[in-house]
Design a protein around this ligand. Structure first.
Ligand SMILES: N[C@@H](CCC(=O)N[C@@H](CS)C(=O)NCC(=O)O)C(=O)O
Length: 233
């Protein structure tokens, strides 16, 4: 059987540096994208390591040692091994609090930042996962799969409407004029959601946020380094 655990190193910014600070295990445009955009925006030192999903490397013995869930991404920060994209994003913004990608801890703004990040990862992301992989819930039954897919898309669409209403009232970004990590998280999810019957960009305020955030050099670099060359979302 082929070696299922091929990790590849990719270039990551500066070359005149000592050991990398972080390692991000990724697959192009997967749930690593939000942590990756944050790393780029922070100007952090990191290495990218490909977890080759085409070979099921996320389920390999080596990878399961660092991520027993067999999911991508995983961030390695010295002795800390961290999974869950939202947790990684929170860790990064806390490690680089001076960069201001999240409001100060203990403020109402920070609480709202938690609210939106949790909403994105817990509600929208999960529904998009079901929409993309309905057979994981429905099994082999084609009719059941279609029902699950339709239901997940309808729920994801409702969640996008909630984001649209929020941005209309409080935008152009999640926290008004302040760029925060939650804006990057929405970009990641909106890329996945592009094939929806009602794509995220059909909502004007979401489209405005996506235009603003995908114009950032950090965001373009992150996707380019993952090998993504088409329009981000
Ligand atoms: N809740 C996790 C979900 C991660 C996740 O589902 N990653 C997908 C890629 S986007 C994955 O690893 N899929 C491979 C699999 O399920 O085998 C997170 O946000 O990090």
């Amino acid at each position: 059987m082929a070696n299922l655990t091929q990790f590849y190193f990719l270039i990551s910014g500066n070359t005149n540096r000592k050991l990398p600070m972080y390692q991000l295990h990724y697959f192009p445009a997967n749930a690593n994208a939000a942590p990756h955009m944050v790393l780029e925006e922070l100007g952090a030192r990191y290495e990218l390591l490909l977890v080759d999903r085409t070979k099921d490397a996320q389920k390999s013995r080596e990878y399961l040692k660092i991520n027993p869930n067999g999911r991508i991404p995983t961030l390695v920060d010295n002795s800390l091994v961290l999974s869950e994209a939202a947790a990684i994003v929170l860790h990064l913004v806390d490690q680089h609090s001076d960069a201001g990608l999240a409001p100060k801890v203990g403020t109402p703004e920070r609480a709202k930042f938690y609210q939106w990040l949790t909403f994105l990862t817990n509600s929208l992301q999960e529904e998009l996962m079901i929409w993309q992989y309905p057979e994981r819930l429905a099994g082999k039954d084609a009719a059941a799969t279609a029902v699950v897919k339709r239901g997940a898309e309808a729920r994801a669409s409702t969640f996008l409407d909630v984001v649209e209403d929020h941005l209309k009232a409080n935008g152009p970004l999640f926290l008004g004029n302040e760029l925060s990590a939650v804006d990057f998280y929405l970009v990641m999810l909106c890329r996945w959601a592009r094939p929806m019957i009602k794509p995220p960009r059909s909502r004007p305020n979401i489209a405005k946020l996506l235009d603003k955030v995908t114009a950032l050099p950090s965001v373009r670099r992150a996707y380019e380094r993952e090998g993504i060359t088409d329009e981000i979302c």
